[in-house]
Design a protein around this ligand. Structure first.
Ligand code: PLP
Length: 408
């Protein structure tokens, strides 16, 4: 991978922030966008913009082709069997809410079990809490090992024949750990449960094959993978999607409407009420083209190398705690410096042009498990370099100095 060439394609990276060249280390929150994605959205608005599935005019057909073409692009990216199994959503949050309301409400009964982990993002936690409250189902959690990994023996113990749904993140946005989703799926299926995967942090960084994973639902966010904000997707197993009721109603999703009764379109359109996020879908397709041109395997390798470099470089800083396992992680490092609040860490880094995130990362239960209220997090993507890590490490040393601690 030629990182210098890749960086040239991201206009936003070439600026100074607070008098320093920008080092963007917050891609787990949202990634930056390459010129090809920005241009695809611009081109769509300049040439093709119209509403979809209704106009008989030429722009209407072009917009519909672009939107449905984007659906096919997402299906190919995920190796889904058919484009009709891809529902466009606003992002992972909306996708998981759709499953937890539509699918879950039709299958969950009192006493059924929903199995999660304590590392889940609030997006893959609260929708299930609500589903459990509505149905009388119970929530169960696969315990975490001391290093934040999941043991399959614990999965075997937690998932039972009362479990109807297992919903787990593929990659943790805090611990960086890659969970054994294929194996968890196999255990879920052996117990008759459906497997839901939160793919918000995995899809941008590694090759995803929903058929090889054999999961039943898979959610992703476009903005974390070089695409625009406001667009994401839900992949679903065809038989499950076909049995699901929509959770939003209105234009675009109906077949026949009478004053007292209505019927729905086929999948996927029955789940896309109202005018969809057409330009977002076009941008997401362009992002997928961009990532595949570079190669997901190359991106994966580059980030793992960067993560290993960063882990060893940052571990040398006296008084730093890095959370999550050393091995088997993606390119993000969540940490705390002794006696310095993570918000202060992020503020000092920002003053040197380095963007990191600080807070609970939408994972309050995991913060409690780690026994902290917040952490700082540096997250890398295909455009980051070892020099970025060096700038981060040097700046952290100055942060310690600034707060009056010995330099490690
Ligand atoms: N799941 C994980 C693991 C995430 O990191 C995030 C976002 O940070 C989400 C879900 C929610 O994604 P979105 O805000 O794009 O819906």
């Amino acid at each position: 991978m030629n990182i210098a060439e890749i960086r040239k394609q991201f206009p936003i990276l070439h600026q100074e922030v607070n008098g320093h060249p920008l080092v963007y280390l917050d891609s787990a929150a949202t990634s930056q966008k390459p010129r090809s994605v920005i241009e695809a959205v611009k081109r769509y608005y300049e040439l093709d913009n119209s509403n979809v599935h209704r106009g008989v005019h030429t722009l209407g057909s072009r917009a519909t082709e672009a939107y449905e073409g984007a659906r096919e692009r997402v299906a190919r990216f995920l190796n889904a069997p058919a484009a009709e199994q891809i529902i466009f959503t606003r992002g992972t949050t909306t996708a998981l809410n759709l499953v937890a309301s539509s699918y879950a409400s039709s299958v969950l009964m009192e006493g059924d079990e929903i199995v999660l982990t304590p590392m889940e993002h609030h997006s893959n936690l609260i929708p299930w809490q609500q589903a459990a409250k509505r149905s009388g189902a119970v929530l169960k959690y696969i315990p975490l090992q001391p290093d934040g990994t999941i043991s399959l023996a614990d999965v075997e113990k937690t998932v039972t024949n009362r479990t109807k749904i297992v919903s787990v993140m593929y990659v943790s946005n805090v611990l960086g750990v890659i969970n054994p989703i294929k194996e968890i799926t196999e255990i879920a299926h052996r117990n008759g449960a459906v497997m839901v995967v939160d793919g918000a942090q995995s899809t941008p960084h590694m090759r995803i094959d929903v058929q090889a994973l054999d999961c039943d639902f898979y959610a992703l966010s476009g903005h974390k993978m070089c695409g625009p904000t406001g667009i994401g997707a839900l992949y679903g197993r065809k038989s499950l999607l076909e049995a699901m009721e929509p959770n939003e109603f209105g234009g675009e999703m109906i077949d026949f409407v009478d004053l007292y009764e209505s019927t729905w379109k086929d999948i996927p359109w029955r789940f896309e009420a109202g005018t969809p996020i057409i330009a977002g879908a076009v941008g997401l397709a362009a992002a997928m083209d961009f990532l595949e041109e570079i190669g997901l395997e190359n991106i994966d390798r580059h980030e793992k190398e960067l993560a290993a470099y960063a882990y060893s470089k940052l571990s040398d800083i006296e008084g730093i705690t890095i959370y999550g396992p050393r091995e088997g992680r993606v390119g993000l490092i969540t940490f705390n410096l002794d006696d310095v609040h993570p918000h202060d860490v992020a503020t000092v880094l920002d003053s040197e042009g380095i963007a990191v995130r600080a807070g609970h990362h939408c994972c309050q239960p995991l913060m409690r498990w780690l026994d902290v209220t917040a952490t700082a997090r540096a997250s890398f993507y295909l455009y980051n370099t070892e020099q970025d890590v060096d700038r981060l490490a040097a700046s952290l040393l100055r942060t310690k100095e600034f707060f009056g601690h010995a330099i490690g």
